[in-house]
Design a protein around this ligand. Structure first.
Ligand code: IVH
Length: 673
C-alpha cells in the first residue's frame, strides 16, 4: 500500500515538475504566461508539500530548489574546455570595413554573409548541460579558467534547470539587468545607505559574484544565450544555431539578423544606434559574425579572439561640463546625499543640470572638486553620472567639498554609522526629513494624496500647521487657503483628497509611514499577515520574522519604529482622525470582483493605471500585466495595442472604460465595509 502511494506520488511529482518548468519557460523566457501567479504558486506549493512528505523524491534539480544552496567561502575555479575568447573591436565604419576586407581576402569570397547580433552589456557566462540537466555554470575569467557560479546561475528563472531533450552541451551567453530594474535596485540601495552600482553591467556582475546565492536570487538578473562551447550538434550556420538554442527553450535575443555584405551590416548597426534607447536593456554595440560555421572554422582564431567576428562598438554618449556647486539633499531617513549642480548639457535628448554624487567616498574616489571640469554620461541611458574629472582643465581655483558636519536643515550633528556609505542626520524632528516624510506619505503608491507634493508639503510644514503625517487629517480649508500659492479651490481639493485617503487599506498606510526597510512589498505582507495595525504593533520580532520573506532587518526596524517615542502620538492622531487601520483581507476574498483577473491596455480617461488597479484590488480582483486564458476582462482605453488581438485569440471578454466604471460602481470596495 505504502509502496503504491510512493509510486503515485512519484508520478505526481514528475508531472508537477514538468508543468512548473513549462510555466517558468512561458513566463520568464517567452513573456507569455499561460496561468496567473496565484495558480503558479499553487502548483509550487503542491510540489513542495509532496517533496516534503516523500523525502525520497527530492531532487536537486527540482524547480523548488532554485535557491537551496548555502553561502560559499570562495568560488571554485572551472576550466573551459573550449576557451572563451574575447572579440576584436571596431570603433568606426572604416574599421568595420577593414574587418570585412580581411574576411573577404581570407575566404576568397566577394560578398560574405554575416550574422548580426546586439552586443548585450553584461557579463559572459557558460552553462553546462549534461543529459539535459543544468550541471555547472561559470564566468569567463581569463578565458581559460572561470569561476564556478553554478548556484548563482540556478537562481535565474530564465535558465532552465532541465532542457526539453536530454542534451549534453555547453551554451554561452550574457547575464544582464534591465535598465528599469537597475534603477529600482539602486534607489533601494541608496535608501538603505548601501553602495550604489555605477551601471547595469556592474550591478549584474556584482550580483552574479555574490557568495551567498540567496542574495543573487533577489537580484533581477536575466540572460541571453548567443553561442556554444563544447557540443556534438551538427550545425551549419550561426543563425540556425541561435534558432536551435531557442527551440530547446533557452532565451535568445530576438533582434538578430542575417546581413549579406558590409552595407547591410552597416545598416543594422546604424539602425540600432538610433533605436537602442528603446530597448529595456543596455547594449554597447553590435557583434558581427561570419554566418557560415565552416567558414568560421577555416578563418580560425588568434590567441585572443576569433578572426570570424568583430564587435562594432557605439561611441558612448559623454559630455564635458562644469561642476558649478555641490549641494546636499536630505532624504526622509536622514541620509544626506551630495548632488553636483552642473552647467546644463544635453545628453541623449534631455538637459542635464544635476547629478547625484551618492556619498562622500565616491567624491573622494573620483577626486571631484567644486569648479572642476568633468565628464558626464547617463548610466543605463537614464541617470546622469559623473564619470571623472578632467584634471588638465584645473586652474587652481577649484575648491574641495566637505560633507556638512551639521545638518543644513536642523543643525544637529551628522554621523556615519558603521557599515554605511551615507552620512545621516539622526534627528527625528529634523524639518527636512519631516517634509520628505510628508511627501512620501502622500505619494501615489502610499496614501495617494493628490496635491501634496514637495512645495505644498514644505509650505504646510513651515506654516506650523503640520508637524507630522497625523496633523494632515486636521487641516481646514481656511487654513490651507491662506498659505502662499494656495487658493480656495486648491485648498478644498487637498482637503478632499486627504479625506479620501482615510479609507486606504493598511498596506498603503504602513508603506506611507516610511518605516525603514519596509517597502511596498513588505508593507503588503505585514498588512495581510496581521490584518490590523494594533496587531502588528503587538507583534514581537520573532513573530514578525516568521512571516515569509520578512527578515531580521525588517523585523528589527518595525519593532524599533513602534518603540520610538515619536511614533505613539502620530498613530493616535491618525486613529482619532478615523484613518483606516485594517487590511481588508476577509473582504478581499468575498469581494465583489473576487477571483476576477483584469488586464489593462491603452490609456484610460478617468484613471491612471495604478488607480484603476487599486479599484480592482480593493474589490478583491487581481490585475495582471499580461493576458492569458485565465484573464476575465481586458479593459481597453485609447491605443490598446497588441493585447486586443490576443484577447480575441484567447476568447477573453473585452470591455471599454464605461463598462469598467459600471463594474466598479456595482461592486463596493472591501474596505468600505
Ligand atoms: S560572441 C568568440 N555575441 O561581448 C565570440 N558576444 O567583447 C565570443 N557579448 O565576451 C562572443 N553580446 O561577453 C558574442 N551577441 C553576442 C554578445 C557578446 C555580448 C559580450 C561577451 C564577450 C564580449 C566580447
Amino acid at each position: 500500500m505504502a509502496k503504491a502511494d510512493l509510486e503515485k506520488a512519484r508520478e505526481n511529482v514528475t508531472a508537477l515538475r514538468r508543468e512548473i518548468d513549462k510555466h517558468n519557460y512561458y513566463y520568464h523566457v517567452l513573456d507569455q504566461p499561460l496561468i496567473d501567479d496565484q495558480e503558479f504558486d499553487r502548483l509550487m506549493r503542491e510540489l513542495e508539500q509532496l517533496e516534503e512528505a516523500y523525502p525520497e523524491l527530492q531532487d536537486p534539480d527540482s524547480p523548488t530548489r532554485r535557491i537551496g544552496a548555502k553561502p560559499l567561502e570562495a568560488f571554485e575555479s572551472l576550466e573551459h574546455k573550449v576557451p572563451m575568447l574575447g572579440l576584436d573591436n571596431a570603433f568606426s565604419e572604416e574599421e568595420l570595413a577593414d574587418f570585412d576586407a580581411r574576411v573577404r581576402k581570407l575566404t576568397g569570397l566577394k560578398t560574405v554573409e554575416y550574422f548580426c547580433e546586439l552586443k548585450i552589456d553584461g557579463l559572459a557566462v557558460s552553462l553546462q548541460y549534461e543529459g539535459g540537466i543544468f550541471r555547472r555554470g561559470s564566468t569567463r575569467g581569463d578565458g581559460y579558467t572561470g569561476e564556478d557560479i553554478t548556484q548563482n546561475l540556478r537562481t535565474i528563472r530564465q535558465i532552465p534547470l532541465r532542457l526539453p531533450e536530454p542534451l549534453t552541451l555547453e551554451a554561452r551567453g550574457e547575464v544582464y539587468i534591465n535598465r528599469k530594474a537597475f534603477e529600482k535596485l539602486n534607489r533601494r540601495r541608496e535608501e538603505e545607505g548601501l553602495m550604489v552600482f555605477a551601471n547595469p553591467r556592474n550591478a549584474a556582475a556584482g550580483s552574479l559574484r555574490q557568495l551567498d546565492p540567496r542574495l543573487t536570487a533577489k537580484r533581477p538578473l536575466r540572460i541571453f544565450l548567443y553561442g556554444l562551447g563544447e557540443h556534438n550538434l551538427e550545425l551549419t550556420r550561426q543563425d540556425k544555431l541561435l534558432d536551435y538554442l531557442e527551440k530547446i527553450q533557452l532565451p535568445v535575443n530576438p533582434h538578430r539578423r542575417i546581413c549579406s555584405g558590409l552595407e547591410e551590416v552597416w545598416r543594422y548597426c546604424s539602425r540600432w544606434q538610433e533605436e537602442k534607447q528603446e530597448l529595456p536593456y543596455e547594449i554597447d554595440g553590435v557583434v558581427v559574425k561570419v554566418n557560415d560555421l565552416e567558414q568560421q572554422k577555416n578563418l580560425g582564431t588568434t590567441a585572443r579572439s576569433p578572426r570570424w567576428a568583430v564587435a562594432y562598438k557605439y561611441p558612448p554618449e559623454e559630455k564635458m561640463t562644469r561642476v558649478l556647486d555641490i549641494s546636499v539633499n536630505i532624504g526622509r531617513t536622514g541620509a544626506i546625499t551630495p548632488v553636483a549642480l552642473l552647467e546644463p548639457v544635453t545628453l541623449s535628448g534631455t538637459t542635464v543640470r544635476r547629478a547625484s554624487l551618492h556619498n562622500e567616498d565616491l567624491i573622494a574616489e573620483k577626486e571631484i572638486k567644486i569648479g572642476d571640469t568633468i565628464i558626464v554620461h547617463k548610466a543605463g541611458e537614464i541617470i546622469p553620472e559623473v564619470l571623472g574629472v578632467v584634471k588638465e582643465k584645473r586652474t587652481g581655483k577649484e575648491s574641495e567639498f566637505r560633507m556638512p558636519r551639521h545638518c543644513p536643515s536642523c543643525g544637529s550633528d551628522t554621523v556615519r554609522l558603521s557599515g554605511e556609505a551615507a552620512r545621516r542626520c539622526l534627528n527625528l524632528a529634523c524639518p527636512a526629513q519631516l517634509v520628505e516624510k510628508l511627501v512620501h506619505f502622500a505619494s501615489r503608491r502610499a496614501m495617494d494624496i493628490e496635491g501634496l507634493g514637495p512645495a505644498v508639503a514644505e509650505s504646510v510644514y513651515n506654516s506650523e500647521l503640520v508637524r507630522d503625517v497625523g496633523d494632515l487629517y486636521y487641516l481646514k480649508v481656511e487654513q490651507l487657503a491662506s498659505l502662499p500659492r494656495m487658493a480656495e479651490k486648491s485648498a478644498e481639493n487637498l482637503v478632499s483628497s486627504i479625506d479620501k485617503s482615510r479609507g486606504n487599506p493598511l498596506r498603503r498606510l504602513l508603506f506611507g509611514l516610511g518605516i525603514r526597510f519596509v517597502g511596498e512589498k513588505a508593507a503588503r505582507l505585514l498588512a495581510e499577515r496581521f490584518g490590523t495595525l494594533d496587531r502588528l504593533r503587538e507583534a514581537g520580532e520573532e513573530e514578525l520574522i516568521a512571516v515569509e520573506e520578512i527578515g531580521p532587518k525588517i523585523g528589527e526596524a518595525v519593532v524599533r519604529f513602534f518603540n520610538t517615542t515619536e511614533t505613539g502620538p502620530v498613530l493616535d492622531k491618525l486613529k482619532r482622525a478615523g484613518v483606516n487601520f485594517t487590511e481588508p483581507v476577509a473582504q478581499k476574498e468575498i469581494g465583489a470582483l473576487a477571483g476576477k483577473t483584469f488586464v489593462f491596455s491603452g490609456s484610460l480617461q478617468a484613471y491612471t493605471r495604478d488607480e484603476a488597479a487599486a479599484l480592482v484590488e480593493e474589490r478583491g480582483g487581481r490585475v495582471s500585466s499580461s493576458i492569458s486564458r485565465k484573464t476575465d476582462y481586458l479593459v481597453t482605453g485609447d491605443d490598446p495595442g497588441s493585447k486586443l488581438a490576443k484577447a480575441g485569440e484567447l476568447g477573453v471578454e473585452v470591455i471599454g472604460e464605461e463598462r469598467f466604471k459600471e463594474l466598479i460602481s456595482q461592486a463596493p470596495a472591501g474596505n468600505d465595509v
